[in-house]
Design a protein around this ligand. Structure first.
Ligand code: RIB
Length: 307
């Protein structure tokens, strides 16, 4: 079993269907309402664990019922929670999610306790870093925790996956220490200034990221798949056509699974191919962490599409 450390957010997802996205000042009658575990870090940890990794989660929750739920949920997924700490005063974070009839979403995240993750919290987890095959981090916590994660993992010569979501500016030194970067098209545009409209512009954006010193660039393209640039060649690894119900968390499904597969020794293209399948299956269910597919579902799906 490979060891994956995930440093990132845990928040409670409060989700409602909506017939259309509300305009400023508008109230829309939506529903049904669903509540469940979320946060990009937590979702990615669940995705990695369900694909067979031994996952340690580093995050912070509040001293409240949602925080207790978080630990129970992680334990149910066999995720190690010794570095899920509790903030004295901040509440567990929450995300307000609206999903429309096209399965597209809009999200507002109030990070709460996980926004207070500190350098010390990361340093406390250094033994887990030492045991890790790979470290996975997003941009949905404090910059202090993100930069410390990248520094610590790099000092220990551990491969680092940075999922730059949601976009916030990160210094060039941190970016140059990352082994894999996995923006979606919007995040790649923010990072490079390249307007992505076709294969030529996606390649241009990938080159710009590669020029920042990142050896492997993976630009996720939704149902079209993922554009991969390894410093030599660029190619699109196509996605899978499925009936989408809720696309929220598809990027998290991809990132957690990719961490597991690349740590297990799959080639870059094979790891992306399998992670595309995990992302595709995740959008066939409602919700985020609970919608992550199990390993056998992914194996069966890949056998069916090959047949
Ligand atoms: O990527 C989806 C996640 O983003 C949701 O679970 C929500 O919590 C937000 O953080």
């Amino acid at each position: 079993m490979v060891n994956v450390v995930v440093v990132g957010s845990y928040v409670v997802d409060l989700m409602s269907r909506t017939p259309h996205m509300p305009k400023p000042g508008e109230t829309v009658l939506g529903g049904p309402f669903r509540m469940g575990p979320g946060g990009k870090g937590g979702n990615q940890a669940v995705s990695a664990a369900r694909q067979g990794a031994n996952v340690t989660m580093v995050t912070k929750v509040g001293k409240d019922l949602f925080g207790e739920d978080a630990i129970r949920n992680f334990e149910n997924e066999r995720i190690i929670t010794s570095h899920v700490t509790t903030h004295e005063t901040e509440a567990t974070g929450a995300a307000l999610i609206a999903v429309d009839t096209e399965s597209e979403n809009m999200i507002v995240v109030a990070l709460g306790a996980c926004g207070k993750l500190s350098r010390d919290d990361v340093i406390q987890a250094q033994q887990s870093f030492a045991d890790a095959d790979i470290v996975l981090v997003q941009l949905e916590t404090s910059l202090e925790a993100i930069e410390s994660t990248i520094t610590l993992a790099n000092d220990m010569s551990k491969p680092i996956i940075l999922n730059p979501a949601p976009y916030q500016e990160l210094d060039q030194e941190s970016l140059s220490k990352v082994s894999y970067i996995t923006p979606n098209e919007t995040e790649a545009e923010f990072l490079t200034g390249v307007n992505i409209v076709d294969e030529k512009s996606v390649h241009e954006a990938a080159l710009a990221l590669s020029d920042k010193g990142i050896p492997n660039v993976l630009i996720t393209l939704g149902k079209k798949g993922c554009y991969v640039y390894d410093g030599k060649d660029g190619r699109t690894i196509p996605g899978f056509a499925v009936e989408a119900i809720d696309t929220t968390g598809a990027g998290d499904a991809f990132n957690g699974a990719f961490a597991t597969f690349i740590a297990e020794g799959y080639s870059l293209d094979d790891a992306v191919y399998r992670a595309n399948a995990v992302a595709a299956l995740s959008v066939t269910k409602l919700g985020t962490a609970p919608a992550m597919p199990q390993k056998d579902e992914v194996d069966n799906f890949l056998q069916r599409v090959k047949a």
